[in-house]
Design a protein around this ligand. Sequence first.
Ligand SMILES: C[S@@+](CC[C@H](N)C(=O)[O-])C[C@H]1O[C@@H](n2cnc3c(N)ncnc32)[C@H](O)[C@@H]1O
Length: 398
Amino acid sequence: MNQKYQGIEKLLTQKMGLGSGKIGSRQLTKAIECRQKACGLDNLSDYLKRLQSSAQEFQELVEQVVVPETWFFRHRNAFFCLQDYVKNQWLPTHPQETLRILSIPCSTGEEPYSIAMTLLNSPLTSKQFMVEGIDISKKALAKARKGVYSKNSFRSHDRVENQQFFEVRQNYYQICESIRQQVKFRTKNILSPWLPTHPPYHVIFCRHLLIYLDGVARNRVLTTLEQLLDNGGLLFVGAAESNLVKSPSFRFMNYPSAFAYQKVLEPSPHRLPPVKPSPLIKRQKKQPLSLAKPEKKQLSSLEIAQQFANQGQLKEAAQSCQNYLQRNPIDAAGYLLWGEICQAQGDNEQAQRYFQKALYLRPNYREALVHLALLREHQGDAKGAAVLKNRIQRLDNL
Ligand SMILES: C[S@@+](CC[C@H](N)C(=O)[O-])C[C@H]1O[C@@H](n2cnc3c(N)ncnc32)[C@H](O)[C@@H]1O
């Protein structure tokens, strides 16, 4: 980062936890230049003083530097895990209580609304749960409250599966009233002091925030989350964040691709029933080794591509993925990710080609089978989708 912006970067780290270099230096420079100009200040040190003295201007800069990227049912196994937890653990032990769920940061609302849809599809009624969505960005929350989304908010086929919760208006999808009523939104910086919540939250989704924070802020956030969460409650984090949760009170849950932890402070007098994955979410069996095992160094470029994709930087993600595949032309995981990126870019035809290629390289690749089955379903090819679903079923029964 350019030395002249160091003071501002430091302020962002102190106040909102943003780690140095966690967002692109171009994005940060552009944000600062844009706000400095809007304030009519020629001198950068004057702008820094303005930021230090004006909460309003600090908020304006925050709006420019946050990454609001999100979509409905992101990492959908987390939602299956939530549903299984509610059914097998929470309901039997709290039959009279209201389930309290926090989504922080909730950005433009896709995550808390997905939670509400998941719970209305579970044995709970609307009176048995409430969802709170919190974010530092007022702009993101204004969109969340409106509840109107474009196709960009759907990266898989969850809208089709949950269409009863949307009203279609030309190219837009409005969240229906029954879902909107379940979610309350609030502006808050996660680093600002928290009043103790009574009762505590039973489930917290804190996904794709920790990766943007510096070490000190990350530890503060994790301590806060631990305090806010009920004993026995669940914490969901993002895929790239699961190695950051280190407290002994959080026990990693054996639930594939959900990235969930259970808070277990002291041994419970009653053993909690395990949260068993529903039949569709069986843990992946050991896959046969692909022909060439990619080197560790090359694998990390695939992780970089994954990170770009998670942040919605799809061009960069595609480029990194392409570079990776040039060096690892027979790695099925690379093609799967490339397919996902194409799908996020709206190119279903290419996506299909890459999922097929992944399956050609690894015929029992469950994730590729699932993606392809959903794609076929979406294209109206029910027969083709059924064939693939049978293959998945057979794999799960192995
Ligand atoms: C990538 S989005 C994640 C949204 C959602 N949880 C998901 O996983 O799809 C990151 C969000 O973090 C919010 N954020 C960043 N720093 C924050 C802070 N200190 N307190 C609260 N929210 C913050 C941003 O405004 C942005 O909306």
